[in-house]
Design a protein around this ligand. Structure first.
Ligand code: IPM
Ligand code: MG
Length: 372
C-alpha cells in the first residue's frame, strides 16, 4: 500500500504546483481582447462527432445566407477546422491534437458541434481541453420560456471546480479512488464579475449563488464568499445563497421559479442544472451555450453527439436549433446583434416539425431571406 500512497502524494504535490501556477497565470492575465472591434473576425467551424457534422453543415449554410455581405467583403471569415473527430483524437492519443489546437488558436471565435467524450480511460473530453487551453472561463447559458415568465441566464464557472483535475484522480487499486475539486480566488472572481457585470448591464436585480457550501466546505464555501465580495461592488443587485439540491427543486416549482434571473455557480452544478433548465424550455436541442474567455470564445450546442441517432439511421433528422442558437450568441459577441436578431426571429418563426436538418435549414434560409 505504501508505494501507492507515496505515488499519490507525489502526484498531489504536482497537481498543487500546477494549480498554483495556473492561479498565477490568471492573476497576470493579458487585457481582454475587444471582440466588438475586430476588423476581420475569423469564425472557426468545428463539426464534431455523431450528429455534429450534420447540424454543423446546415448551420454553416444558414450562416452563409445570413452573413453573405460580410463574407463577401471579407469582414467575416468562416473557417472549417478539420480533425477534431473521435477517430483522430483516439489515433493521436490527444483530446485535442496539437495541430488542431494550433488551427483553433488562429481563429477569434469558434462554432463547435458536439464531440464524443470517451467514458472512463484517461482521455479528457475535447470540450474540457478546449475550455482549458483557450481559458474559456464563463459558460453562459440563457433559458427563456416567455409564456411562463422564465428568463434565466446561467453563469457556470467553466475552467476549474470538479472538471480541471477530473481526469487526474488517484487510485489505490481494489481499495479506493479520489478525485479533486479546485476553487481558486482569481478563477472565482472572474466568473462572479462576469455574472454581476451582466446583471448590471441588463437591468437584473438579483443573482443566485448556487453551491453546496454546507458539505463542500472549502471549495464551495470559498466560492460563495468570493462571490459575495464581488457582489459588494454592485449595490442594487441582490446576491442570494442557494444550495444546489433545493435550487434543482425550485426550477420546477411554478410558483417561484419566474423570480430567478441570473445564476452563478461552480462547474459541475452548472453542468447539471443547465440541462434541467434547457429541458423546461423544450429540450437540450433548443438551448445554445457560450464559452467565453478574454482572448477566445467558443459557442456550442448544449447537447452531446447523439450517437444513438446515428446508429438508428436517424442522423439526418438531427435538429440544428441548439447550434444555431449558439451561433446567434456568437453573432452578438462579435457585435452583429442585428444579424443575431434576424436569426433568432427566423428560429422563432419556423417550427421544427420533425424535419430533416437540411429541410429545416432550407426553410430557415428562406425565412432569413425575407427578413434581411
Ligand atoms: C456540457 C457538456 C460537457 C460538460 C461534456 C460534453 C464534457 O455536458 O457542455 O454541458 O460536461 O461540460
Ligand atoms: Mg452538460
Amino acid at each position: 500500500m505504501n508505494e501507492y500512497i507515496e505515488s499519490a502524494v507525489a502526484q498531489f504535490h504536482t497537481l498543487l504546483e500546477e494549480q498554483l501556477a495556473r492561479t498565477g497565470r490568471m492573476e497576470n492575465a493579458a487585457p481582454a481582447k475587444d471582440f466588438t472591434a475586430l476588423p476581420v473576425v475569423t469564425i472557426g467551424v468545428i463539426d464534431g462527432d455523431g450528429i455534429g457534422p450534420i447540424i454543423s453543415r446546415q448551420s454553416t449554410r444558414v450562416l452563409e445566407a445570413l452573413l453573405k455581405d460580410e463574407i463577401a467583403s471579407g469582414s467575416i471569415v468562416l473557417k472549417p477546422i478539420e480533425g477534431l473527430t473521435i477517430e483522430n483524437r483516439l489515433a493521436k492519443g490527444e483530446a485535442v491534437p496539437k495541430d488542431v489546437l494550433a488551427e483553433v488558436k488562429k481563429c477569434d471565435v469558434l462554432l463547435k458541434g458536439p464531440t464524443e467524450t470517451p467514458k472512463g480511460g484517461t482521455m479528457e473530453s475535447a470540450n474540457v481541453t478546449l475550455r482549458r487551453e483557450l481559458d474559456l472561463y464563463a459558460n453562459v447559458r440563457p433559458v427563456s420560456v416567455p409564456d411562463q415568465g422564465i428568463d434565466w441566464i446561467f453563469f457556470r464557472e467553466n475552467t476549474e471546480g470538479e472538471y480541471v483535475l477530473g481526469s487526474r484522480g488517484v487510485e489505490i487499486p481494489g481499495k479506493l479512488c479520489m478525485d479533486f475539486k479546485v476553487t481558486t480566488l482569481p478563477g472565482t472572481k472572474r466568473i462572479a464579475r462576469a455574472a454581476f457585470e451582466y446583471a448590471k448591464n441588463n437591468g437584473k436585480k438579483s443573482v443566485a449563488i448556487v453551491t453546496k457550501a454546507n458539505i463542500m466546505k472549502k471549495t464551495d464555501g470559498r466560492f460563495s464568499e468570493i462571490c459575495h465580495e464581488v457582489a459588494a461592488e454592485y449595490p442594487g443587485i441582490e446576491a442570494e445563497d442557494w444550495y444546489i439540491d433545493i435550487m434543482t427543486a425550485k426550477l420546477v416549482d411554478t410558483r417561484v421559479r419566474s423570480r430567478f434571473q441570473v445564476f452563478l455557480l461552480p462547474n459541475l452544478y452548472g453542468d447539471i442544472i443547465t440541462d434541467e433548465a434547457a429541458q423546461l424550455q423544450g429540450g437540450v436541442g433548443t438551448a445554445g451555450s457560450a464559452n467565453l474567455g478574454d482572448q477566445y470564445a467558443m459557442f456550442e450546442a448544449i447537447h452531446g453527439s447523439a450517437p444513438r441517432m446515428i446508429e438508428t439511421g436517424r442522423g439526418d433528422y438531427a435538429n440544428p436549433s441548439s447550434l444555431l442558437r449558439a451561433a446567434s450568441m456568437l453573432l452578438r459577441h462579435i457585435a452583429r446583434g442585428n444579424k443575431a436578431a434576424v436569426l433568432d426571429a427566423a428560429l422563432d418563426a419556423v417550427p421544427h416539425d420533425g424535419d430533416t436538418a437540411q429541410g429545416f435549414a432550407d426553410r430557415l434560409i428562406a425565412e432569413i431571406g425575407r427578413r434581411l
